[in-house]
Design a protein around this ligand. Sequence first.
Ligand SMILES: *[C@@H]1O[C@H](CO)[C@@H](O)[C@H](O)[C@H]1NC(C)=O
Ligand SMILES: *[C@@H]1O[C@H](CO)[C@@H](O)[C@H](O)[C@H]1NC(C)=O
Ligand SMILES: *[C@@H]1O[C@H](CO)[C@@H](O)[C@H](O)[C@H]1NC(C)=O
Ligand SMILES: *[C@@H]1O[C@H](CO)[C@@H](O)[C@H](O)[C@H]1NC(C)=O
Length: 247
Amino acid sequence: MFSYRIILLSLLCLWLSTKGGNSTSPLFRYCFNHENYTDPSPYATNLNQLFNLLYTKVPPHGFGLASTGQPQDQVNGLALCRGDVNTTSCMSCVNEASKKLLERCPYKKGAIIWYDYCLLKYSNENFFGEIDEKNKFYMVNVYDVEGDAASFNGKVSELLSNLSYKASESSVLYASGELKFDDEEEGSKTVYGLAQCTGDLVGSSCKKCLDDAVAEIPDCCDGKQGGRVVGGSCYVRYELYPIVESS
Ligand SMILES: *[C@@H]1O[C@H](CO)[C@@H](O)[C@H](O)[C@H]1NC(C)=O
Ligand SMILES: *[C@@H]1O[C@H](CO)[C@@H](O)[C@H](O)[C@H]1NC(C)=O
Ligand SMILES: *[C@@H]1O[C@H](CO)[C@@H](O)[C@H](O)[C@H]1NC(C)=O
Ligand SMILES: *[C@@H]1O[C@H](CO)[C@@H](O)[C@H](O)[C@H]1NC(C)=O
């Protein structure tokens, strides 16, 4: 099971790295609950109502969660926009995400989708406050870093570990930053990073989620110019160019 998961993540990683994408195309999605609902049904109505709620609740703050319907047909969901993304872009991302989930995970009782600007997740189970260990993928910048790769990996790890701490201590569970350093062969370089958790996590869970993600960077992105470990509750990313609007 474990090795199967690693192989799956590696394949995914290769596929995503060749796929490219932009802020309006989804990075990835999982239809993680294969149980079907029918339409029309209370579940379909509640899901639609949930999407409408998230669309109004999320964009001004960048995060929101909601539950709709009675216990037997309840739908729980959340959406998160990247910390630097403005209300307008957040709104269009959440809107696009809810449409795309219905299209890509039709009639599924639980699903999640990620974009550069946002993520959206819903489930018949109440998952709020728990770290999502199941839904995760890697993305990697295809280019190898030039110069001393081992030293570069160390810088990436230092930057992302600090951002993990900073994010978990911040009220919005988000941090971005950069680290300038000198490579003996290549001269001065700057690596940019970001770390963010969904707002339903407490600080200590956020820290754990991010630290686990940082620990997986060597698995996906050893010696690469950029990479991401993206989960349902948190994600980290680094690149040799600025990632966010203002860091
Ligand atoms: C982003 O991708 C979408 C879907 O593939 C495409 O329609 C759109 O033109 C692209 N936008 C940019 C700015 O490349
Ligand atoms: C849900 O529906 C799909 C498509 O009709 C079907 O292939 C699948 O087996 C169903 N899943 C369950 C758990 O019944
Ligand atoms: C919001 O961000 C987008 C993408 O960076 C930008 O194009 C747009 O002008 C911004 N809108 C506002 C109102 O700042
Ligand atoms: C990370 O934190 C350590 C300990 O607080 C500090 O010494 C180091 O300068 C920080 N590095 C970055 C890149 O922020």
